[in-house]
Design a protein around this ligand. Sequence first.
Ligand code: INI
Length: 199
Amino acid sequence: MPDALGLTLPISALGSRRPASGSKSKPLDAPALPGATSDQDKTHAKHQDSRRYLSNVGGRYGIVVARFNSFVVEALLDGAVDALVRHGVSRDDIEIIRVPGAWEMPVAVKKVIEKRSYDAVIALGAVIRGGTAHFEFVAGEAAKGIASVQNSTGTPVAFGVLTVDTIEQAIERSGTKAGNKGAEAALCALEMVSLFKAL
Ligand code: INI
């Protein structure tokens, strides 16, 4: 095939993103993510698209926040709101709903989904083992309950509930050396909304 200089290039020199002549595969119209190989690019093209455009996702979000261990959870909330707003979500499209503790989160998330029909919900809390003998119950039921609500309603519910052994570990994950799990949960919510729009 002649190039701009009139030279003939082999098909392989055109790069892996152009389908071979006669191939039924569609050309990909978006650039590959840095580091993606051609095989990854083809296999995960749709998935990658849903990650690519997080800035234009939009959508409406409910954030269900536990008051227990609020010194940590409020930092998760700051991280989550910051991540949503930085990716273009309007503050008017974010509602914050507070509940007493992680135990109350599943039923609250379910009610919020039923009454508000958000595109996604973000559940934020912190269950710290050192703080209670019933850690296993609270953490286990919060996780199971939230998963169950997500699966039964079909609305994405990002799990931003820390389940850690110590207060130090909680602090590490709420905006210090291990990042901010609230912000990470918000990015997951954005990605799921983007994905569901694209499907
Ligand atoms: N709730 C939490 O969110 N985190 C905890 O670490 C915690 N501890 O340790 O007990 C906790 N307990 C409260 C629980 O979630 C309920 O609010 C309470 O049992 C009333 O139903």
